[in-house]
Design a protein around this ligand. Structure first.
Ligand code: PMP
Length: 284
């Protein structure tokens, strides 16, 4: 059963619990993480908790939840819900205070979490997704996993409006691709993997880090962290997007241009296979 956690209590998802003056609600003043549950176990939780602490530090929200506590709540939610395969969403806001832009003197950060059953889209992984290009109109701290997601929401909606599955964003002033609306983006050209470097223009995805630190070196591929133009991407031999939900999902069409042969490329498929093997090993 889907389940929630709010202000220290386990609750059902339909219980009305938002506090009206929570700064997350009024300003998007908070951070979030999404972790995937496989076989009743959270995957890559240490990396998610590390990024959560970094996001909190960057926004100067006091770190009042220990990793041990967050891990224990993950495990309790899994146990109480009985969910074996799904996703846990959690957010930490700066807390509640009368509405005023600057940080209030004393607020207590507020944690809420949900668990829902879900699974990666096997059909998209097998056949690839079609994407459009859209201008990246987000703020200049995309490295923080903040609750402010309207730029990402509009980018994703643009794909839905066009009847495709994803959006690849590019900065218009630089004519360089950054990332997907909720994923990191990679291309392969002449056996070299390209992806945007980690800076304030992209989120350092946990899945991206697993590929960069573990899977790409293990499979012996060459990767460059270098931004590239939309025009260059259209000439790629392969393209793929990564995220906790997508895992490694091939991109076979961008703005109506076929990428490579139009079928998922061999490097994308090998990375997805290696990712599944890692998940199977970590979440036995
Ligand atoms: N970039 C953005 C903008 C995202 O929202 C996400 C998913 N939260 C990612 C990249 C991928 O991150 P992860 O691999 O940690 O899910």
């Amino acid at each position: 059963m889907d389940y929630g956690f709010f202000d220290g209590e386990f609750i059902s998802l339909d219980e009305p619990k938002v506090q009206l003056e929570d700064r997350g609600y009024q300003f998007g003043d908070g951070i979030y993480e999404v972790t995937r549950i496989y076989n009743g176990k959270p995957f890559a939780l240490t990396r998610h908790l590390e990024r959560c602490r970094r996001s909190l530090r960057e926004l100067r929200i006091p770190i009042t939840y220990m990793d041990e506590e967050l891990t224990a709540i993950h495990n309790d939610l899994i146990k109480k819900s009985g969910i074996r395969n799904g996703a846990i969403y959690f957010q930490i806001t700066r807390g509640c205070a009368p509405r005023s832009h600057a940080f209030p003197d004393q607020t207590v950060p507020l944690l809420s979490m949900t668990i829902r059953e879900s699974a990666p889209d096997a059909d998209q992984q097998e056949n690839g997704i079609h994407c459009i290009l859209a201008e990246d109109i987000r703020w200049l701290r995309c490295d923080i996993k903040s609750l402010n997601l309207l730029g990402n929401v509009l980018a994703k909606q643009a794909a839905h409006d066009k009847g495709v599955q994803g959006t690849i964003q590019y900065r218009k002033d630089q004519n360089l691709i950054t990332e997907g609306s909720s994923s990191n983006f990679f291309i392969v050209k002449d056996d070299i993997i390209w992806t945007h470097p980690t800076n304030e223009y992209i989120l350092k995805g946990v899945t991206r880090s697993i590929l960069m630190d573990e899977l790409i070196p293990k499979l012996g591929y060459t990767v460059v962290e270098k931004a590239f133009t939309p025009e260059f991407a259209l000439t790629a031999d392969e393209a793929f997007a990564t995220s906790t939900s997508l895992e490694v999902t091939p991109v076979v069409d961008i703005d109506g241009h076929t990428i490579g042969t139009g079928a998922p490329g061999s490097i994308s498929c090998a990375l997805l296979k290696a990712y599944h093997e890692l998940v199977a090993k970590e979440c036995k």
